[in-house]
Design a protein around this ligand. Structure first.
Ligand code: SAM
Length: 277
């Protein structure tokens, strides 16, 4: 007979997430659980009921809310971004990662083309993908005349409109914390990369600023470096490294509260195909 009372590891296994993710969910969502002393205890039936209780609908709604948020923000996005991380972040990324004129690179969640512009100068081709038509159309207007090697595509990070094994280097700047299921996107990144290709994710470190969820459509309050490394490994990447990027991301709430959050850079490689010797 199945156990009704579960510990943290058993509850994580039931939901199919790591214990760290479940601990994060306990802080951020209303997962049914009790803390007894220092240990978490869960009821299997309450967890399954919670899981079945319309959360998938909430997820679909959240996806739509994020897209509509960026569609609305698009005309002022560049001014907001300059206050948030200016040009330092792009320079730091392009200093750390070698991009050359033979490479086909992708910028997923390209927004208005902040990283795309820098990549277009260094790569053979840039494929810039975003799911917000308004963000993408500003990127297209700003880049099209200057850089002829950029292709723009409307698409979801978790279901990329790109062929398998087609990209040398894939970048995603400040995208991951807006995704409901970052793991799904990481697996998709691995699918479209060529064997031996690299992923470069830049985002923010874990932080306590809950208001960013409501005001800026953030879904994740940043990421724990170790956990992000585990997710990349689970998605099939090797040589995974997650480190401080060397700049902060600053933002202000409607009521004047400020958040200054450290940025991180996560890199990994899609393994080369095994040859049948
Ligand atoms: C914070 S902005 C970052 C934009 C750009 N990378 C930059 O650094 O300026 C996040 C971008 O991700 C896009 N985005 C959010 N969820 C997405 C999804 N599920 N699939 C594709 N793009 C998404 C948004 O439309 C937005 O343009």
């Amino acid at each position: 007979m199945e156990k009704e009372v579960l510990n943290l590891e058993e509850a994580s296994a039931l939901l199919g997430v790591s214990s760290k993710t479940l601990l994060k969910m306990l802080r951020e969502e209303e997962v049914p659980a009790r803390k007894i002393g220092r240990e978490w205890r869960f009821s299997r039936s309450a967890l399954l009921e919670w899981l079945a209780g319309g959360n998938s609908q909430e997820y679909v709604t959240a996806e739509k809310v994020v897209r509509e948020y960026f569609d609305r923000l698009a005309p002022e996005y560049d001014a907001t971004r300059v206050k948030c991380y200016g040009s330092d972040l792009r320079n730091l990324v392009l200093d750390k990662v070698r991009v050359d004129k033979k490479m086909v690179v992708a910028d997923i969640g390209c927004g208005t083309g902040y990283l795309t512009r820098g990549l277009a100068k260094k790569a053979k081709t840039v494929v810039a993908v975003d799911n917000s038509p308004e963000m993408l159309s500003i990127a297209q207007r700003g880049i099209r005349e200057k850089e002829e090697n950029v292709r723009f595509l409307l698409g979801e990070a978790g279901r990329l409109p790109l062929a398998a094994d087609s990209i040398d280097l894939l970048f995603a700047n400040m995208l991951l914390h807006h995704l409901i299921d970052p793991g799904e996107a990481l697996r998709e990144f691995a699918r479209v990369l060529k064997p031996g290709g690299g992923v470069v994710i830049t985002d923010v470190e874990e932080h306590p600023h809950q208001w960013l969820k409501k005001e800026k459509s953030d879904i994740w309050l940043g990421f724990d470096r170790e956990e992000l490394a585990e997710w990349l490994q689970e998605s099939g990447f090797t040589a995974v490294e997650v480190a401080e990027l060397g700049c902060d991301c600053c933002t202000t709430s409607g009521s004047g509260r400020e958040a200054r959050i450290k940025s991180l850079i996560a890199t990994g490689r899609k393994p080369e195909q095994k040859t049948n010797a």
